[in-house]
Design a protein around this ligand. Structure first.
Ligand code: ZN
Length: 240
């Protein structure tokens, strides 16, 4: 049935953890890639190791399919966000609710590195947890961007690559529901306990929806999404 090998862009957050489970559910072999671009993401990097270590315990299929992890050093990306943004721009970002370390076009860079890695590892499918529904402020998360990148990368590498964004049209509540639909309560519990979203890196305060400061835009989205999921848990997995 052709190449059923996938690379998942895995940050250790709720979305990429769910995307990883989605990939493990449908591809024969799944590898992960993470991007290390500065201290703020140290906690996410630790969470991704914990999640990768626990996933094989949830299902023998996960254990068989989960392959190597790759960490790419992208410190230059962190340097851009620290030094190249003007102070005025940082304030403008803060007012829009985006983190001040937001790097324009970040996913374009991630996808290009992921495609190079996928080429080397003979992985035809690239899976990422981007979402247009919750992050409309991030143009590099939009459906059109991802589709255009599939075309550009396929042409530039002269190889067929298929980009999958299973969360593209799901809101946070539906993403919780998808985790539940794919892996039942054990997977949902893993997402809540071990995935990390908080922009401030807070893992000292445990809420019903997981760890976080409870106030930053990421915590706000996650807590509201979890409340909406509890109010109407649709775990049919058939959400368009
Ligand atoms: Zn937070």
């Amino acid at each position: 049935m052709g190449n059923s090998r996938a690379l998942v862009l895995f940050s250790g957050g709720q979305d990429s953890t769910t995307a990883l489970a989605w990939a493990l559910d449908r591809f024969d072999a799944v590898e992960t890639v993470g991007f290390d671009y500065g201290q703020r993401h140290r906690i996410e990097m630790e969470c991704r190791e914990t999640i990768r270590a626990k996933l094989p315990g949830l299902s023998s299929r996960y254990a068989e399919r989960l392959g190597p992890d790759h960490v790419v050093d992208l410190k230059a990306l962190g340097a851009i966000s620290e030094t190249a943004l003007t102070r005025e721009t940082e304030i403008a970002f803060a007012e829009t609710g985006l983190p001040t370390t937001f790097v324009p076009g970040r996913n374009l860079i991630f996808l290009t590195f992921a495609a190079a890695l996928a080429y080397r590892r003979d992985l035809k499918h690239i899976v990422l947890g981007v979402c247009e529904t919750d992050y409309s402020g991030y143009p590099d998360c939009r459906d059109d961007t991802i589709k255009a990148m599939q075309v550009a990368l396929g042409l530039g590498l002269d190889r067929r690559l298929v980009l999958h964004a299973p969360l593209m049209w799901r809101d946070k509540a539906q993403t919780f529901a998808l985790a539940r639909a794919i892996g039942g309560k054990p997977l949902l519990d893993l997402v809540i306990e071990d995935s990390h979203s908080c922009y401030l890196g807070d893992r000292t305060t445990r809420h019903g929806w997981g760890y976080g400061c409870g106030h930053c835009p990421a915590c706000d989205l996650r807590s509201k999404g979890f409340a909406a999921y509890l109010a109407a848990p649709d775990d049919s997995g058939l959400i368009p």
